[in-house]
Write a protein that binds this ligand. Sequence first.
Ligand code: C5P
Length: 201
Amino acid sequence: MAFTIAIDGPAAAGKGTVSRAVADHFGFAHLDTGLLYRATGRRTLDGTDPVEAARTLQASDLEAEDLRTPEVAQAASRVAALPDVREALLDFQRAFARRAGGAVLDGRDIGTVICPDAEVKLFITATDDIRAERRWKELREKGHADSLEDVLRDLRTRDERDSARAAAPLKPAEDAVLLDTSQMSIDEAVSAAISLIEDRL
Ligand code: C5P
């Protein structure tokens, strides 16, 4: 039986961590859809046309080592504003969502565009400052030297671009449940998400 959990929200709000934990808990498959845009954006850095990059994306492109860099994040957000790029990535995401056994997809437009009929929709947020600090710590652990101010500026640029674009902008679906993780630990955010989902099973 297909059962889809759609998890959207801005960068570094805790979507990825919560989505992985939720998928583990329910025994569902998980797709981080941001990786599709990151892998597409990364391919454009050497001059490849974005639509061509999206249409010819391979599973192995999603495993590239450097998809989590700030440079690739910005490239992802730029290509993600192009309707033809989004269109090229649509069928793969929808097929993943309908797989037997249940699926969790996280991104920006899962509840609004990719899976408007998802059984459960969550929109995860946190304040800009808290999101920037979380991402800054993550990057520092990986050896990146970006300052907290740089990280905050990058997040804001990306969120503004993602929210303002005409094609599938970042916004909560009307029937999404909002979860603000600003004052929550990872464990608290995961427990809150699981109980919200259990209420809807
Ligand atoms: O989630 P992540 O930060 O990896 O996403 C990178 C970028 O990919 C986002 O800033 C956004 O522009 C784009 N994206 C999107 N739609 C999705 C997932 C990601 O537009 N469903």
